[in-house]
Design a protein around this ligand. Structure first.
Ligand SMILES: C[S@@+](CC[C@H](N)C(=O)[O-])C[C@H]1O[C@@H](n2cnc3c(N)ncnc32)[C@H](O)[C@@H]1O
Length: 406
């Protein structure tokens, strides 16, 4: 897979001996120029340093502050991302993080601006416009009219941004929940949908549901969706230092046993940068989504996987990452959030195992990974793992683990 800007240096995440590097704010802001690629292919080789990099994993810590409009549910006593979702997008910091993620933003820019012929005189819908960045690309590409919807109050700034950039005539901003609004002037169809909906572990936030809703309600037959493909992968990581630091820490805290917290901590997937050098197995796809045709039911999945060790090492956790692609264009492009791709604000998601596996090159770890929205908070994800390994040292049969990404 050839990177569009291969000459640019890849961010060096190897300063830490740990599999995951520290989750510093500088790493969020120190994003790279476009990691857009010409075509996204399944990554099966961890040594593939030319793989592309990607997007924005949204409900960050910033997101959990404040109150605002368009709440999903105010009265839920179990307040998690569900309650703070739209508030989180009201603050400029989260948009700054996404906009500074050049792998993400430049790939959208390239996909739109290098395909102006698709946008000429077309009606475009921007699902979740935020600051209006994608709408402005579409307007610059020659769209007849862009309808930009967002439920968050960031749309007030988007309105001003669109105006001072001379695009107020071309972009109509609508504040509201996509699922609850009608388009102005009795408009019933759009030619193109653009949206940046991807969350951590691809599906966190459940914003893809909103894109599918918009697609089914407004997109013309054979219409275009940017992006139209997404693939999620799984791989194995040696990550002893982080596992000790994050989880085994609770075994003995100033002489006290705090293991009840350890159980809770290990059930929370960790979103962080994984050092590609710490990967132990190959990568396998666990989910393929065609955004043009998939349904909400496809977003709840269970997938069998078989990972083959590339070296003799421990496996402390399984790492999930994803790729996205724009394939309804002449030269498909995409980006990846793999550990061996350029840094993106989505980083990677690590599911730590309670007990590490000892594995020799050629041995396999196999099982099933499942994912579905949490029943109480449908923006959270319940992730299940069943692990098997019959190696020289590790023998594990149907070992189950449950995680909740919140
Ligand atoms: C990941 S941000 C992307 C923002 C912008 N498109 C960009 O690329 O920088 C997603 C945006 O979608 C909005 N959003 C999510 N779900 C929505 C819904 N159901 N209705 C309206 N807006 C929604 C959020 O408020 C947020 O501003």
């Amino acid at each position: 897979m050839a990177s569009a800007e291969e000459e640019e240096e890849e961010e060096d995440n190897s300063s830490s001996k740990m599999g995951t590097t520290t989750n510093s704010s500088s790493s969020k802001n120190n994003t790279q120029a476009s990691g857009a690629t010409l075509l996204v292919e399944p990554a099966t080789d961890n040594k593939d340093t030319t793989a592309p990099g990607t997007s924005a994993g949204k409900v960050s810590e910033t997101a959990k502050l404040g109150k605002g409009t368009c709440k999903d549910n105010d009265d839920d006593p179990d307040r998690t991302s569900k309650d703070y979702y739209f508030d989180s997008y009201a603050h400029h910091a989260i948009h700054e993080e996404m906009l500074k993620d050049e792998v993400r933003t430049r790939t959208y820019e390239m996909a739109i601006m290098q395909n102006k012929h698709l946008f000429q005189e077309k009606i475009v819908l921007d699902v979740g416009c935020g600051t209006g960045i994608l709408s402005m690309f579409a307007a610059q590409a020659g769209a007849k009219q862009v309808y930009a919807i967002d439920c968050s109050t960031i749309i007030e700034q988007a309105r001003e941004i669109v105006k001072i950039n001379g695009l107020a005539e071309k972009i109509t901003l609508i504040q509201g929940k996509v699922e609850e609004i009608e388009l102005p002037d009795g408009l019933t169809h759009v030619d193109i949908i653009i949206s940046e909906w991807m969350g951590y572990f691809l599906l966190y936030e459940s914003m893809l549901n909103t894109v599918l809703y918009a697609r089914d309600k407004w997109l013309v037959p054979n219409g275009i969706i940017f992006p139209d493909k997404a693939v999620m992968y799984l791989t194995g990581v040696e990550d002893g230092n982080v596992k000790r630091d994050r989880f085994d820490f609770w075994d003995d805290v100033y002489g006290f046993d705090m293991t009840p917290i350890k159980q809770i901590a290990i059930s929370e997937p960790v979103v962080d940068v994984v050092d590609a050098k710490s990967l132990v197995t190959d990568s396998v796809p666990i989910l393929h989504l065609d955004i043009l045709t998939c349904t909400e039911a496809d977003l709840e999945f269970a997938s069998n996987f078989k990972l083959t060790a590339q070296k003799n090492d421990y496996v402390h956790g399984l790492v999930a990452y994803f790729e996205c692609a724009f394939t309804q264009i002449h030269k498909p492009i995409g980006f990846s959030t793999a550990p061996f791709a350029r840094y993106t604000h989505w980083k990677q998601t690590i599911l730590y195992l309670e007990e590490p596996l000892t594995i020799f090159a050629g041995e396999t770890v196999f099982g099933e990974i499942s994912c579905k929205p949490n029943k109480q908070n449908n923006r959270d994800l319940d992730i299940g793992l069943t692990i098997n390994c019959k190696g020289r040292y590790s023998e594990v049969k149907d070992k189950k683990a449950r995680f909740r990404l919140r």
